[in-house]
Design a protein around this ligand. Sequence first.
Ligand code: NG6
Ligand code: CA
Length: 505
Amino acid sequence: MTKSTTCRILFVAVLLTAMTSVLFGQEKPNVVLIYCDDLGYGDLSSYGATEIATRHIDKLTQNGTKYTNAHSTSATCTPSRYALMTGIYPWRKQGTGVLAGDAKLIVPTDKVTLPKVFKQAGYKTAIVGKWHLGLGGSVTKNWNQPIRPGPNEVGFDYSFIFPATADRVPTVFLENHSVIGLEAQDPIMVDYQKKIGQEPTGEENPELLKMQASPNHGHNNTIINGIGRIGFMTGGLQARWVDEEITPTFLTVAKNFLEESKEDPFFLFFSMTEPHVPRMPSTLFKGKSDLGYRGDAILQLDWTVGQILDKLETLGIAENTIIIFSSDNGPVLDDGYLDGAAKFKNVHKQSGPLRGGKYSIFEAGTRVPLVISGPQIPKNKTSDILVSQIDILASVAQLLNLPSPADARDSHPLATSLFGAAEIGRPYLIEHAGCLAILKDDWKYIEPSHRPAYNKLTDIELGNSTQPQLYNLQHDIGETKNIINEHPEIAKELQEILENEKLKK
Ligand code: NG6
Ligand code: CA
Protein backbone atom coordinates (compact mmCIF):
# COMPACT_ATOMS: atom_id res chain seq x y z
CA MET A 1 0.00 0.00 0.00
CA THR A 2 1.34 3.43 -0.93
CA LYS A 3 1.83 6.07 1.68
CA SER A 4 -0.93 8.24 0.19
CA THR A 5 -3.46 5.37 0.18
CA THR A 6 -2.71 4.70 3.84
CA CYS A 7 -3.20 8.40 4.57
CA ARG A 8 -6.51 8.43 2.70
CA ILE A 9 -7.80 5.35 4.56
CA LEU A 10 -6.77 6.89 7.86
CA PHE A 11 -8.45 10.16 6.95
CA VAL A 12 -11.73 8.40 6.06
CA ALA A 13 -11.58 6.36 9.27
CA VAL A 14 -11.09 9.47 11.39
CA LEU A 15 -13.90 11.26 9.54
CA LEU A 16 -16.27 8.34 10.04
CA THR A 17 -15.49 8.13 13.73
CA ALA A 18 -16.12 11.86 14.12
CA MET A 19 -19.41 11.63 12.22
CA THR A 20 -20.56 8.65 14.23
CA SER A 21 -19.88 10.42 17.48
CA VAL A 22 -21.81 13.47 16.30
CA LEU A 23 -24.71 11.37 15.08
CA PHE A 24 -24.88 8.77 17.80
CA GLY A 25 -24.60 10.27 21.11
CA GLN A 26 -21.68 12.51 21.63
CA GLU A 27 -23.68 15.59 20.76
CA LYS A 28 -25.90 14.69 23.67
CA PRO A 29 -24.02 15.74 26.77
CA ASN A 30 -23.62 13.28 29.60
CA VAL A 31 -24.97 14.49 32.90
CA VAL A 32 -23.57 13.74 36.34
CA LEU A 33 -25.66 15.03 39.21
CA ILE A 34 -23.63 15.07 42.42
CA TYR A 35 -26.06 15.49 45.29
CA CYS A 36 -24.79 15.94 48.84
CA ASP A 37 -26.64 15.27 52.05
CA ASP A 38 -26.93 18.26 54.43
CA LEU A 39 -24.14 20.34 52.90
CA GLY A 40 -24.66 23.97 53.89
CA TYR A 41 -24.48 27.20 51.95
CA GLY A 42 -21.33 28.14 53.89
CA ASP A 43 -19.58 24.76 53.82
CA LEU A 44 -17.44 25.26 50.71
CA SER A 45 -14.49 27.56 50.21
CA SER A 46 -15.98 28.64 46.88
CA TYR A 47 -18.99 29.84 48.88
CA GLY A 48 -16.90 31.77 51.38
CA ALA A 49 -15.83 29.17 53.94
CA THR A 50 -12.51 30.20 55.46
CA GLU A 51 -11.85 27.29 57.82
CA ILE A 52 -11.96 24.54 55.24
CA ALA A 53 -10.51 24.29 51.73
CA THR A 54 -12.65 22.34 49.28
CA ARG A 55 -10.27 22.65 46.38
CA HIS A 56 -11.80 20.11 44.01
CA ILE A 57 -15.22 21.70 44.21
CA ASP A 58 -13.52 25.09 43.88
CA LYS A 59 -12.02 23.84 40.63
CA LEU A 60 -15.45 22.76 39.45
CA THR A 61 -16.73 26.21 40.38
CA GLN A 62 -13.99 27.88 38.33
CA ASN A 63 -14.95 25.67 35.45
CA GLY A 64 -18.65 26.50 35.63
CA THR A 65 -21.39 28.70 37.02
CA LYS A 66 -21.99 29.11 40.71
CA TYR A 67 -25.49 30.01 41.87
CA THR A 68 -26.10 32.13 44.94
CA ASN A 69 -29.90 31.93 44.94
CA ALA A 70 -30.44 28.23 44.25
CA HIS A 71 -32.67 26.03 46.37
CA SER A 72 -33.72 22.56 47.27
CA THR A 73 -37.49 22.50 47.63
CA SER A 74 -37.38 21.51 51.28
CA ALA A 75 -35.27 21.66 54.40
CA THR A 76 -35.01 17.87 54.69
CA CYS A 77 -33.99 15.06 52.46
CA THR A 78 -36.98 12.96 51.35
CA PRO A 79 -39.17 15.88 50.21
CA SER A 80 -36.29 17.55 48.34
CA ARG A 81 -35.48 14.29 46.58
CA TYR A 82 -39.12 13.65 45.80
CA ALA A 83 -39.26 17.04 44.06
CA LEU A 84 -36.01 16.43 42.21
CA MET A 85 -37.34 13.12 40.88
CA THR A 86 -40.93 14.18 40.07
CA GLY A 87 -40.96 17.94 39.43
CA ILE A 88 -43.82 18.23 41.92
CA TYR A 89 -43.66 20.21 45.14
CA PRO A 90 -43.59 17.61 47.93
CA TRP A 91 -45.97 19.56 50.16
CA ARG A 92 -48.70 18.82 47.62
CA LYS A 93 -48.42 15.11 48.50
CA GLN A 94 -49.04 13.34 51.77
CA GLY A 95 -46.32 11.01 52.98
CA THR A 96 -43.29 12.78 51.52
CA GLY A 97 -41.68 13.66 54.87
CA VAL A 98 -38.43 12.08 56.13
CA LEU A 99 -38.96 8.35 55.57
CA ALA A 100 -38.09 5.46 57.84
CA GLY A 101 -35.65 2.86 56.50
CA ASP A 102 -38.44 0.37 55.82
CA ALA A 103 -40.81 2.80 54.06
CA LYS A 104 -42.42 1.85 50.77
CA LEU A 105 -41.56 3.59 47.52
CA ILE A 106 -43.20 7.02 47.29
CA VAL A 107 -42.13 7.98 43.76
CA PRO A 108 -44.95 7.04 41.36
CA THR A 109 -43.99 4.40 38.82
CA ASP A 110 -46.49 5.61 36.23
CA LYS A 111 -45.46 9.29 36.05
CA VAL A 112 -42.56 11.16 34.56
CA THR A 113 -39.34 11.21 36.59
CA LEU A 114 -35.95 12.81 36.03
CA PRO A 115 -34.26 9.55 34.94
CA LYS A 116 -37.22 8.72 32.66
CA VAL A 117 -36.70 12.00 30.83
CA PHE A 118 -33.13 10.96 30.11
CA LYS A 119 -34.27 7.51 29.03
CA GLN A 120 -36.74 9.04 26.61
CA ALA A 121 -33.77 10.67 24.91
CA GLY A 122 -31.89 7.37 24.74
CA TYR A 123 -29.64 7.85 27.75
CA LYS A 124 -28.31 5.12 29.99
CA THR A 125 -29.25 6.00 33.59
CA ALA A 126 -27.89 5.08 37.00
CA ILE A 127 -28.15 6.05 40.63
CA VAL A 128 -25.27 5.38 42.98
CA GLY A 129 -25.64 6.41 46.61
CA LYS A 130 -28.31 7.42 49.05
CA TRP A 131 -31.92 6.82 47.97
CA HIS A 132 -34.34 7.68 50.83
CA LEU A 133 -37.48 7.51 48.70
CA GLY A 134 -38.69 4.14 49.94
CA LEU A 135 -38.56 0.62 48.52
CA GLY A 136 -41.17 -1.96 47.63
CA GLY A 137 -44.93 -1.77 47.74
CA SER A 138 -45.36 -1.84 51.52
CA VAL A 139 -43.55 -1.29 54.81
CA THR A 140 -43.56 -5.00 55.53
CA LYS A 141 -41.09 -6.55 53.17
CA ASN A 142 -38.69 -9.41 52.92
CA TRP A 143 -35.21 -7.92 52.66
CA ASN A 144 -33.86 -11.33 51.67
CA GLN A 145 -35.71 -11.40 48.37
CA PRO A 146 -35.55 -9.01 45.42
CA ILE A 147 -37.44 -5.85 46.37
CA ARG A 148 -39.64 -4.08 43.83
CA PRO A 149 -40.56 -1.38 42.99
CA GLY A 150 -37.56 0.85 43.64
CA PRO A 151 -35.15 3.05 41.69
CA ASN A 152 -35.13 0.65 38.73
CA GLU A 153 -38.90 0.96 38.38
CA VAL A 154 -38.84 4.76 38.25
CA GLY A 155 -36.28 5.14 35.51
CA PHE A 156 -32.82 3.98 36.57
CA ASP A 157 -31.30 1.25 34.41
CA TYR A 158 -28.86 0.54 37.18
CA SER A 159 -28.98 1.26 40.89
CA PHE A 160 -26.50 0.84 43.70
CA ILE A 161 -27.99 2.40 46.80
CA PHE A 162 -28.52 2.39 50.48
CA PRO A 163 -32.19 2.56 51.35
CA ALA A 164 -32.58 5.64 53.58
CA THR A 165 -29.97 7.50 55.62
CA ALA A 166 -26.66 6.41 57.07
CA ASP A 167 -28.19 6.62 60.56
CA ARG A 168 -31.12 4.33 59.77
CA VAL A 169 -31.33 0.57 59.45
CA PRO A 170 -30.96 -1.51 57.38
CA THR A 171 -27.30 -0.58 56.98
CA VAL A 172 -26.86 -2.43 53.72
CA PHE A 173 -26.36 -1.74 50.03
CA LEU A 174 -28.76 -2.87 47.35
CA GLU A 175 -27.63 -3.47 43.80
CA ASN A 176 -30.68 -3.21 41.61
CA HIS A 177 -33.29 -5.17 43.57
CA SER A 178 -31.18 -7.12 46.00
CA VAL A 179 -29.18 -6.63 49.17
CA ILE A 180 -25.50 -7.30 48.53
CA GLY A 181 -23.55 -9.84 50.53
CA LEU A 182 -26.50 -11.61 52.09
CA GLU A 183 -26.03 -15.17 53.24
CA ALA A 184 -29.02 -17.50 53.03
CA GLN A 185 -28.48 -18.81 56.57
CA ASP A 186 -28.41 -15.32 58.10
CA PRO A 187 -31.47 -13.44 56.88
CA ILE A 188 -32.01 -9.76 57.64
CA MET A 189 -34.98 -8.50 59.58
CA VAL A 190 -35.86 -4.88 60.15
CA ASP A 191 -38.31 -3.32 62.56
CA TYR A 192 -39.05 0.30 63.38
CA GLN A 193 -41.55 -0.44 66.17
CA LYS A 194 -39.77 -2.81 68.50
CA LYS A 195 -36.46 -4.49 69.12
CA ILE A 196 -35.89 -7.66 67.18
CA GLY A 197 -33.10 -10.17 67.66
CA GLN A 198 -30.56 -10.28 70.46
CA GLU A 199 -28.14 -7.65 69.27
CA PRO A 200 -27.20 -4.83 71.62
CA THR A 201 -28.74 -1.41 71.30
CA GLY A 202 -27.17 1.96 72.02
CA GLU A 203 -29.66 2.45 74.78
CA GLU A 204 -28.86 -0.76 76.62
CA ASN A 205 -25.14 -0.94 75.94
CA PRO A 206 -23.69 2.54 75.40
CA GLU A 207 -20.27 1.20 76.43
CA LEU A 208 -20.13 -0.65 73.10
CA LEU A 209 -20.37 2.52 71.03
CA LYS A 210 -17.41 4.06 69.24
CA MET A 211 -19.41 7.27 68.87
CA GLN A 212 -21.96 8.22 71.50
CA ALA A 213 -25.46 9.27 70.50
CA SER A 214 -26.64 12.72 71.53
CA PRO A 215 -29.18 12.52 74.35
CA ASN A 216 -32.85 12.44 73.28
CA HIS A 217 -32.31 12.25 69.51
CA GLY A 218 -33.11 8.55 69.39
CA HIS A 219 -30.01 7.21 67.61
CA ASN A 220 -29.79 4.49 70.20
CA ASN A 221 -31.37 1.41 68.64
CA THR A 222 -29.37 -1.44 67.07
CA ILE A 223 -25.60 -0.92 67.20
CA ILE A 224 -23.85 -1.48 63.89
CA ASN A 225 -20.15 -0.84 63.40
CA GLY A 226 -20.06 0.68 66.89
CA ILE A 227 -22.76 3.22 66.04
CA GLY A 228 -26.31 3.25 67.39
CA ARG A 229 -28.91 3.61 64.63
CA ILE A 230 -32.51 4.64 64.27
CA GLY A 231 -34.50 1.41 63.97
CA PHE A 232 -33.85 -2.22 64.82
CA MET A 233 -32.19 -4.82 62.68
CA THR A 234 -30.97 -8.35 63.07
CA GLY A 235 -29.11 -10.77 60.81
CA GLY A 236 -27.27 -10.08 57.58
CA LEU A 237 -23.95 -9.83 59.38
CA GLN A 238 -21.87 -10.10 56.20
CA ALA A 239 -24.09 -7.69 54.32
CA ARG A 240 -23.68 -4.75 56.69
CA TRP A 241 -21.68 -1.82 55.57
CA VAL A 242 -18.68 -0.39 57.36
CA ASP A 243 -19.31 3.35 57.56
CA GLU A 244 -15.72 4.23 56.72
CA GLU A 245 -16.14 2.37 53.42
CA ILE A 246 -19.44 3.82 52.25
CA THR A 247 -18.04 6.59 50.10
CA PRO A 248 -15.10 4.64 48.68
CA THR A 249 -17.67 1.97 47.74
CA PHE A 250 -20.00 4.42 46.02
CA LEU A 251 -17.04 6.00 44.26
CA THR A 252 -15.81 2.67 42.93
CA VAL A 253 -19.27 1.77 41.65
CA ALA A 254 -19.70 5.20 40.06
CA LYS A 255 -16.31 4.97 38.35
CA ASN A 256 -17.22 1.56 36.99
CA PHE A 257 -20.46 2.95 35.61
CA LEU A 258 -18.61 5.83 33.94
CA GLU A 259 -16.09 3.42 32.47
CA GLU A 260 -18.82 1.17 31.08
CA SER A 261 -20.88 4.08 29.77
CA LYS A 262 -18.24 6.19 28.11
CA GLU A 263 -19.57 5.43 24.64
CA ASP A 264 -23.22 6.19 25.48
CA PRO A 265 -24.90 9.34 26.56
CA PHE A 266 -25.54 8.73 30.24
CA PHE A 267 -27.08 10.23 33.34
CA LEU A 268 -25.45 9.40 36.66
CA PHE A 269 -27.16 10.46 39.87
CA PHE A 270 -24.29 10.30 42.34
CA SER A 271 -26.00 10.73 45.67
CA MET A 272 -23.45 11.17 48.43
CA THR A 273 -23.95 10.68 52.16
CA GLU A 274 -21.67 13.46 53.43
CA PRO A 275 -21.86 15.36 55.67
CA HIS A 276 -24.99 13.67 57.06
CA VAL A 277 -24.70 11.86 60.39
CA PRO A 278 -23.15 9.58 61.45
CA ARG A 279 -20.03 11.31 60.23
CA MET A 280 -17.57 8.48 60.07
CA PRO A 281 -15.14 9.32 57.27
CA SER A 282 -12.68 6.74 56.02
CA THR A 283 -9.59 6.50 58.18
CA LEU A 284 -7.61 8.37 55.54
CA PHE A 285 -9.67 11.50 56.22
CA LYS A 286 -10.01 11.31 59.97
CA GLY A 287 -8.37 14.36 61.47
CA LYS A 288 -7.64 15.94 58.08
CA SER A 289 -9.66 19.09 58.73
CA ASP A 290 -9.58 21.43 61.69
CA LEU A 291 -13.32 20.97 62.13
CA GLY A 292 -13.68 17.46 63.52
CA TYR A 293 -15.39 14.60 61.72
CA ARG A 294 -17.92 16.89 60.05
CA GLY A 295 -15.09 18.83 58.41
CA ASP A 296 -13.26 15.59 57.61
CA ALA A 297 -16.43 14.28 55.94
CA ILE A 298 -16.59 17.44 53.82
CA LEU A 299 -12.96 16.95 52.77
CA GLN A 300 -13.76 13.35 51.86
CA LEU A 301 -16.73 14.57 49.83
CA ASP A 302 -14.52 17.13 48.09
CA TRP A 303 -11.85 14.54 47.30
CA THR A 304 -14.49 12.19 45.94
CA VAL A 305 -15.83 14.90 43.63
CA GLY A 306 -12.22 15.36 42.45
CA GLN A 307 -12.02 11.65 41.72
CA ILE A 308 -15.17 11.80 39.58
CA LEU A 309 -13.80 14.80 37.67
CA ASP A 310 -10.48 13.01 37.12
CA LYS A 311 -12.25 9.90 35.89
CA LEU A 312 -14.23 11.89 33.34
CA GLU A 313 -10.96 13.46 32.16
CA THR A 314 -9.19 10.14 31.89
CA LEU A 315 -12.05 8.68 29.90
CA GLY A 316 -11.90 11.65 27.54
CA ILE A 317 -15.52 12.61 28.17
CA ALA A 318 -15.10 15.57 30.52
CA GLU A 319 -15.65 18.09 27.72
CA ASN A 320 -19.02 16.63 26.86
CA THR A 321 -20.31 16.15 30.40
CA ILE A 322 -22.54 18.47 32.36
CA ILE A 323 -21.89 18.33 36.09
CA ILE A 324 -24.53 19.52 38.50
CA PHE A 325 -23.39 19.79 42.10
CA SER A 326 -25.80 20.57 44.94
CA SER A 327 -27.19 19.55 48.34
CA ASP A 328 -30.59 18.26 49.46
CA ASN A 329 -31.02 20.67 52.37
CA GLY A 330 -29.10 22.96 54.69
CA PRO A 331 -26.56 22.11 57.38
CA VAL A 332 -26.85 20.85 60.93
CA LEU A 333 -24.13 20.31 63.52
CA ASP A 334 -25.69 18.02 66.12
CA ASP A 335 -28.12 15.73 64.31
CA GLY A 336 -27.92 12.80 66.68
CA TYR A 337 -24.32 11.98 67.59
CA LEU A 338 -21.73 13.53 69.86
CA ASP A 339 -19.16 13.78 67.06
CA GLY A 340 -17.81 17.14 68.18
CA ALA A 341 -19.30 19.16 65.31
CA ALA A 342 -21.24 21.44 67.66
CA LYS A 343 -17.93 22.63 69.12
CA PHE A 344 -17.18 24.46 65.88
CA LYS A 345 -20.39 26.47 65.91
CA ASN A 346 -18.63 29.81 66.15
CA VAL A 347 -15.56 28.82 64.16
CA HIS A 348 -16.93 27.61 60.85
CA LYS A 349 -20.08 29.21 59.45
CA GLN A 350 -21.85 26.25 57.88
CA SER A 351 -24.80 28.44 56.83
CA GLY A 352 -22.60 31.29 55.61
CA PRO A 353 -24.48 34.58 56.02
CA LEU A 354 -27.86 32.85 56.17
CA ARG A 355 -30.06 32.30 59.19
CA GLY A 356 -31.18 28.85 60.37
CA GLY A 357 -30.07 25.49 59.00
CA LYS A 358 -31.50 22.11 58.14
CA TYR A 359 -35.21 21.87 59.13
CA SER A 360 -35.55 25.66 58.97
CA ILE A 361 -37.86 27.88 56.92
CA PHE A 362 -35.17 30.54 57.19
CA GLU A 363 -32.89 30.66 54.15
CA ALA A 364 -30.24 28.24 55.38
CA GLY A 365 -32.83 25.44 55.27
CA THR A 366 -33.15 25.40 51.51
CA ARG A 367 -30.68 27.84 49.95
CA VAL A 368 -27.84 25.51 49.05
CA PRO A 369 -24.71 25.48 46.92
CA LEU A 370 -25.38 24.83 43.24
CA VAL A 371 -22.57 24.64 40.72
CA ILE A 372 -23.09 23.60 37.12
CA SER A 373 -20.39 23.09 34.53
CA GLY A 374 -20.58 21.80 31.00
CA PRO A 375 -19.97 22.38 27.32
CA GLN A 376 -22.17 25.49 26.87
CA ILE A 377 -21.87 26.82 30.40
CA PRO A 378 -19.86 29.96 31.18
CA LYS A 379 -16.80 29.37 33.31
CA ASN A 380 -16.02 31.18 36.52
CA LYS A 381 -19.37 32.89 36.57
CA THR A 382 -21.58 33.72 39.53
CA SER A 383 -25.30 33.95 38.93
CA ASP A 384 -27.92 35.25 41.35
CA ILE A 385 -31.02 34.19 39.42
CA LEU A 386 -33.69 32.34 41.37
CA VAL A 387 -33.57 28.61 40.59
CA SER A 388 -34.68 25.42 42.26
CA GLN A 389 -33.60 21.82 41.93
CA ILE A 390 -37.20 21.06 41.01
CA ASP A 391 -36.45 22.83 37.69
CA ILE A 392 -33.80 20.33 36.65
CA LEU A 393 -36.40 17.89 35.29
CA ALA A 394 -38.13 20.30 32.88
CA SER A 395 -34.79 21.91 31.99
CA VAL A 396 -33.33 18.55 31.00
CA ALA A 397 -36.40 17.84 28.84
CA GLN A 398 -35.91 21.23 27.20
CA LEU A 399 -32.20 20.62 26.69
CA LEU A 400 -32.93 17.29 24.99
CA ASN A 401 -35.71 18.77 22.81
CA LEU A 402 -38.41 16.70 24.44
CA PRO A 403 -41.93 17.98 25.05
CA SER A 404 -42.40 19.65 28.39
CA PRO A 405 -43.46 16.89 30.84
CA ALA A 406 -46.98 17.77 31.98
CA ASP A 407 -46.86 15.68 35.17
CA ALA A 408 -43.91 17.68 36.45
CA ARG A 409 -46.02 20.77 36.84
CA ASP A 410 -43.89 22.66 39.35
CA SER A 411 -40.73 22.28 37.27
CA HIS A 412 -39.74 25.29 35.15
CA PRO A 413 -37.77 24.80 31.93
CA LEU A 414 -34.65 26.90 32.50
CA ALA A 415 -32.24 25.07 30.20
CA THR A 416 -30.91 28.23 28.57
CA SER A 417 -29.82 29.42 32.01
CA LEU A 418 -28.88 26.20 33.81
CA PHE A 419 -27.12 24.63 30.82
CA GLY A 420 -26.25 27.82 28.96
CA ALA A 421 -25.42 31.46 29.50
CA ALA A 422 -28.88 33.01 29.92
CA GLU A 423 -29.87 34.79 33.11
CA ILE A 424 -33.54 33.91 33.39
CA GLY A 425 -34.71 32.50 36.70
CA ARG A 426 -38.12 31.37 37.86
CA PRO A 427 -40.68 34.09 38.71
CA TYR A 428 -41.06 32.92 42.31
CA LEU A 429 -40.36 29.90 44.46
CA ILE A 430 -42.06 28.23 47.36
CA GLU A 431 -39.86 27.07 50.22
CA HIS A 432 -40.86 24.24 52.51
CA ALA A 433 -39.89 23.27 56.04
CA GLY A 434 -43.13 22.18 57.66
CA CYS A 435 -44.65 25.56 56.94
CA LEU A 436 -44.24 27.38 53.61
CA ALA A 437 -42.57 30.58 52.49
CA ILE A 438 -42.42 32.30 49.15
CA LEU A 439 -39.52 34.07 47.45
CA LYS A 440 -40.14 36.64 44.77
CA ASP A 441 -37.70 39.27 43.52
CA ASP A 442 -35.92 40.50 46.64
CA TRP A 443 -38.72 39.53 48.98
CA LYS A 444 -39.52 36.60 51.19
CA TYR A 445 -42.82 36.00 52.93
CA ILE A 446 -43.13 33.29 55.59
CA GLU A 447 -46.63 32.18 56.46
CA PRO A 448 -47.64 32.12 60.12
CA SER A 449 -47.21 28.79 61.85
CA HIS A 450 -47.75 27.27 65.27
CA ARG A 451 -44.71 25.06 64.95
CA PRO A 452 -41.81 25.73 67.34
CA ALA A 453 -39.51 28.65 66.57
CA TYR A 454 -36.41 26.83 67.77
CA ASN A 455 -35.26 23.24 68.01
CA LYS A 456 -33.20 22.67 71.10
CA LEU A 457 -31.90 19.24 70.06
CA THR A 458 -30.27 20.51 66.90
CA ASP A 459 -29.80 24.08 68.15
CA ILE A 460 -31.44 25.46 65.00
CA GLU A 461 -33.81 28.39 64.60
CA LEU A 462 -36.68 26.94 62.63
CA GLY A 463 -38.05 30.33 61.60
CA ASN A 464 -41.65 29.61 62.57
CA SER A 465 -43.72 32.36 64.09
CA THR A 466 -47.42 32.75 64.76
CA GLN A 467 -47.06 36.12 63.01
CA PRO A 468 -46.51 36.41 59.25
CA GLN A 469 -42.98 37.51 58.33
CA LEU A 470 -41.61 39.56 55.46
CA TYR A 471 -37.93 40.06 54.72
CA ASN A 472 -36.05 41.92 52.05
CA LEU A 473 -33.26 39.54 51.14
CA GLN A 474 -31.43 42.10 49.03
CA HIS A 475 -30.73 44.19 52.13
CA ASP A 476 -31.16 41.57 54.81
CA ILE A 477 -30.03 38.15 53.64
CA GLY A 478 -29.78 37.09 57.29
CA GLU A 479 -33.54 37.64 57.83
CA THR A 480 -32.99 39.74 60.93
CA LYS A 481 -35.78 42.28 60.50
CA ASN A 482 -39.40 41.42 59.85
CA ILE A 483 -40.63 44.46 57.90
CA ILE A 484 -44.16 43.31 57.22
CA ASN A 485 -45.64 46.36 58.88
CA GLU A 486 -43.69 48.66 56.55
CA HIS A 487 -44.77 46.77 53.39
CA PRO A 488 -48.19 45.23 53.92
CA GLU A 489 -48.99 45.43 50.18
CA ILE A 490 -45.97 43.30 49.25
CA ALA A 491 -46.82 40.77 51.94
CA LYS A 492 -50.38 40.62 50.60
CA GLU A 493 -49.21 40.04 47.03
CA LEU A 494 -46.87 37.22 48.08
CA GLN A 495 -49.41 35.67 50.38
CA GLU A 496 -51.96 35.57 47.57
CA ILE A 497 -49.57 33.84 45.19
CA LEU A 498 -48.78 31.32 47.91
CA GLU A 499 -52.44 30.64 48.67
CA ASN A 500 -53.17 30.20 44.96
CA GLU A 501 -50.32 27.73 44.63
CA LYS A 502 -51.69 25.74 47.55
CA LEU A 503 -55.05 25.48 45.81
CA LYS A 504 -53.54 23.94 42.67
CA LYS A 505 -54.01 20.21 42.70
C1 NG6 B 1 -34.34 13.05 61.66
C2 NG6 B 1 -33.21 12.50 62.51
C3 NG6 B 1 -31.91 13.02 61.95
C4 NG6 B 1 -31.80 12.74 60.47
C5 NG6 B 1 -33.03 13.24 59.75
C6 NG6 B 1 -33.06 12.91 58.30
C7 NG6 B 1 -34.05 12.31 64.80
C8 NG6 B 1 -34.23 13.02 66.13
N1 NG6 B 1 -33.37 12.97 63.87
O1 NG6 B 1 -35.56 12.52 62.11
O2 NG6 B 1 -30.83 12.46 62.63
O3 NG6 B 1 -31.65 11.37 60.23
O4 NG6 B 1 -34.18 12.69 60.32
O5 NG6 B 1 -32.15 13.67 57.63
O6 NG6 B 1 -34.50 11.20 64.62
S1 NG6 B 1 -32.35 13.86 56.11
O7 NG6 B 1 -31.26 14.71 55.68
O8 NG6 B 1 -32.28 12.55 55.51
O9 NG6 B 1 -33.64 14.50 55.92
CA1 CA C 1 -30.35 15.69 53.85
